[in-house]
Design a protein around this ligand. Structure first.
Ligand SMILES: N[C@@H](CCC(=O)N[C@@H](CS)C(=O)NCC(=O)O)C(=O)O
Length: 208
């Protein structure tokens, strides 16, 4: 079976990171192919993801886009350690967090774009709107993570990576984060699958 994950060529897509970590945690043998969004390569006829977006997974001749769909497919299709919790309620919460992270916090995503994680740190303080989003994030997460907790549930799950990335937007840019959340995010950042993503050689960034 041939697995290819299509990622953006700057390796800054949080969604591609989630799919990459999912495959890596499963111990899957897969190759990555870089797509230049800046060069509109995702709009070329040879790129067959139905959504025309990054990431997508090509499994033999089957194409699948949307990072959380890729995570769930990988979980069901491949053997290896679980990336979603075995417990039904925890699994539902894991999906809740994935959906929440993907649909909310737009001011944070704009003002603390992932270029500020992997290229250059933010130069401006958060706007009032972004501060409000950060407060909502911190409030919500503090209900899920008790002090000292290093994973959302007993074992690591894919939502830990998604959540840690959202928290790192604040932490790495020096924005205020409660110490427990900072420790959680920094601990997640040490995971080998996450480091494999973080340590990629990246070309000079070209804004698009
Ligand atoms: N909900 C999607 C979001 C994917 C997404 O927004 N991808 C961006 C890169 S980070 C993209 O492909 N943008 C190009 C475009 O939409 O034309 C997922 O989770 O995979």
């Amino acid at each position: 079976m041939a697995l290819t994950l299509y990622v953006d060529r700057f390796w800054i897509s949080p969604y591609a990171m989630s799919a990459f970590v999912a495959l890596t945690e499963k111990g899957a043998m897969f190759e990555t192919k870089e797509i230049g969004l800046d060069k509109k390569e995702h709009q070329q006829a040879t790129y067959l993801a139905h959504t025309g977006r990054i990431p997508s997974l090509k499994h033999d001749d089957f194409w699948l886009a949307e990072s959380s769909a890729i995570g769930e497919y990988v979980e069901e299709r491949l053997s290896g350690p679980r990336i979603y919790p075995a417990d039904m309620k925890e699994r539902a919460l894991c999906r809740e967090i994935q959906a929440w992270i993907r649909s909310d916090f737009m001011p944070l995503r704009e003002e603390r774009a992932t270029t500020t994680i992997w290229y250059e740190r933010a130069k401006s303080p958060l706007s009032e709107k972004a501060k409000h989003a950060a407060e909502r994030l911190i409030h919500g997460v503090s209900q899920l993570l008790k002090p000292g907790q290093l994973h959302l549930f007993a074992n690591w799950c894919i939502a830990d990576t998604d959540l840690a990335l959202m928290l790192q937007r604040l932490n790495l840019n020096g924005d205020v984060l409660p110490v427990g959340l900072k420790t959680y995010a920094e601990n997640q950042w040490k995971r080998p699958s996450v480091r494999a993503w973080n340590n990629r050689q990246r070309p000079p960034y070209v804004a698009y």
